[in-house]
Design a protein around this ligand. Structure first.
Ligand code: ARG
Length: 430
């Protein structure tokens, strides 16, 4: 494979150094897109058959060739890499090697511009579904833990200062509800991007009555992305939206990881993690460090960086520009590193353990002052007066259990409404 398939006659073409620059890491990144590109190519082939640009026999041969490539990719017999420029040229090359000139028919009415867009769209759809599933699973595990320790007392903090008695149920129920919302966001983002760019060619359509509706249905898109130039100019924008959903997940993950890194510290000592999440220090024999939690916390940095990178790259006029290739690395880096990180979280949530005594010991009498003030207000004293009276006042023989049992406002400790959160978790994405 020395020359690109679109090498012009009489032109020597880009030399090796320039070729390497043009390809960058692109051909390696295309490994993630190749299965989707193959599926989209098969749909395109069936579309060409519908408009009678391929005979039934040719269509069947191309479909078989694509199925063989798919199998080779799955088994590892075909590994994408240099000297191919990208996954798109590799597909055409594979078909041409196998089927001769018929392989060259596959690109009829298609450009790499709509080809890459279609593969990316299918990739994002798949990864957003995975994201939604992982957030849902995390929410369900958090709910299990929240239910089991619904009334386990712990301090509620504001400003990292002890504020009022609270519960493990309230802490974990809150994280669960957040992950349900993010699962819903992942699925609605999936629907938002689920339009078909296939058949828009280089951004201006082609002089063929392409079966665009058919190929869109074939690939399970919900609608056509109608305008060919818009199809190109949405490149990077749709990626941005997908990564925004991902960023919501890593933001929440960062909060959970922060809580765990504080609560596993000797200062709090509320939570401990199984050995498998913990590492030792190379110099300090006494140390057990929650490195897993810390790397989970750092994952948002990767995603936030990808968002910034994408936004910077897509500052372009209308039409395709090769700059758009540079939207691929941040997209893939963000998803391919975050989904495995998120996949660790459900088990981590299930396996952490609580030191319930330590949590309750962390209450101090002043934390009941709000209860005292609200009780007085309930008995008719204007709240501002009750507030002043409760400052520094003796709080009497109160326990954390009394405090949280009386917290009956909907959603609060005595009425967590975990079943309602679970009911939403069960239907999200279904
Ligand atoms: N690797 C390229 C990309 O990601 C494929 C499309 C190339 N199109 C072109 N007109 N050179 O954008």
């Amino acid at each position: 494979m020395s020359d690109a398939l679109w090498q012009k006659k009489g032109l020597s073409g880009a030399d090796e150094e320039v070729q390497r620059f043009l390809a960058g890491e692109d051909v390696l990144l295309d490994r993630h897109l190749l299965p989707f590109d193959i599926r989209a190519t098969a749909a395109h082939v069936r579309g060409l058959r519908t408009i009678e640009l391929l005979t039934a026999e040719e269509c069947a041969q191309l479909e078989e060739g694509l199925a063989a490539l798919e199998a080779d990719v799955k088994s590892g017999a075909f590994v994408l890499g240099p000297p191919f420029e990208d996954g798109h040229s590799a597909i055409e090359h594979f078909l041409t090697e196998r089927l001769g000139p018929l392989g060259g028919k596959v690109h009829t009415g298609r450009s790499r511009n709509d080809q890459v867009q279609t593969a990316l769209r299918l990739y994002m759809r798949d990864r957003l579904e995975q994201l939604g599933g992982l957030c849902r699973e995390t929410a369900l595990r958090l709910l299990d833990r929240a239910e089991a320790d619904a009334m386990t007392i712990m301090p509620g903090y504001t400003h990292l200062q002890r504020a009022v008695p609270s519960t493990v149920g309230l802490w974990l129920g809150g994280l669960a509800e957040a992950f349900v919302d993010i699962a819903a966001l992942a699925h609605s983002t999936r629907d938002w991007i689920n339009s078909s760019p296939l058949g828009t060619a280089a951004g201006y359509g082609v002089n063929l009555p392409l079966a665009r509706e058919q190929t869109a249905q074939d690939l399970e898109f919900d609608r056509l992305q109608i305008n060919p130039q818009y199809a190109q100019n949405s490149r990077g924008r749709f990626e941005l939206q997908a990564i925004t959903a991902l960023a919501q997940a890593t933001l929440e993950l960062r909060r959970l990881a922060w809580d765990l890194s504080l609560y596993t510290s000797g200062e709090f000592a509320f939570v401990s993690l199984p050995q498998r999440y913990v590492t030792g220090s190379s110099i300090m024999p006494n140390k057990y460090n929650p490195d897993t939690v810390e790397l989970l916390r750092a994952q948002h940095g990767v995603v936030a960086g990808a968002l910034t990178e994408l936004q910077s790259v897509i500052a372009l006029p209308s039409g395709y520009h090769r700059d758009l290739q540079a939207t691929k690395p941040p997209l893939l880096r963000a998803f391919e590193s975050t989904l495995p990180a998120l996949a660790l979280v459900p088990a981590l949530v299930s396996e952490m353990s609580f030191d319930r005594e330590a949590m309750e010991r962390a209450l101090e009498p002043a934390m009941f002052a709000t209860d005292v003030a609200v009780e007085a207000a309930r008995d008719g004293i204007p709240f501002r007066e009750a507030y002043r009276a409760a400052m520094g006042q003796e709080v009497g023989q109160r326990t954390g259990a009394d405090s949280v049992a009386a917290r009956v406002s909907p959603g609060a400790c005595a009425q967590l409404m975990l079943e309602e959160i679970r009911a939403r978790a069960q239907v999200v994405g279904r």
